[in-house]
Design a protein around this ligand. Structure first.
Ligand SMILES: [Zn+2]
Length: 169
């Protein structure tokens, strides 16, 4: 006779619950944020960034609809993290982040870049390219903030663009 013993495994956990390392609450940067719940040593894998696997056509559609939670997985698939089972979507972008996204065999994890104290807001660089960067204003408040949400490799480009536009005004 078969018995069902997996009820606990399929129990739906509210997104606001975060996980054992990540707490979800109102952010100092923007909207809702992710915070360290406990001491987290550098290098810790804090949470997996989960979502819906979508093909590139669907991804382009959703990006045009202003979905900022889409990550590239590989040449065929992207990941839309704007789902109710992804507490990692609340982690804000920063120009001087304390976490980083790690791609590992088709999955994305958010890892601590340094030791974190309970109550610290977690941030990582969203890694956006320069496309329509001016629509993605950054409010991370880091002293080195470049003003827009872009990958670190574009910081110099952004700084020279900003400097140029200043001299034009
Ligand atoms: Zn910033």
């Amino acid at each position: 006779m078969e018995t069902i013993t997996t009820t606990a495994a399929i129990e739906i956990i509210p997104i606001e619950s975060g996980n054992e390392l990540l707490e979800v609450r109102q952010s100092a940067i923007h909207g809702t944020g992710g915070y360290a719940r406990v001491d987290i040593p550098a290098g810790t894998r804090i949470i997996e960034y989960v979502g819906e696997r979508i093909d590139k056509v669907e991804s382009a559609k959703r990006c045009e609809a202003e979905n900022a939670y889409i990550f590239t997985l590989d040449n065929d698939c992207d990941l839309d993290g704007d789902v109710s089972w992804n507490p990692a979507k609340f982690i804000n972008h920063s120009c001087a982040p304390n976490c980083e996204a790690e791609w590992d065999e088709g999955r994305i994890y958010i890892n601590a870049l340094r030791d974190l104290k309970p109550g610290e807001e977690l941030t990582f660089n969203y890694g956006f390219d320069m496309e329509e960067y001016h629509e993605h204003v950054c409010q991370c408040r880091a002293p080195e903030c470049v003003g827009f949400i872009v990958a670190a490799e574009f910081f110099d480009q952004i700084r020279s663009l900003v400097a140029t536009s200043k001299t034009c005004i």
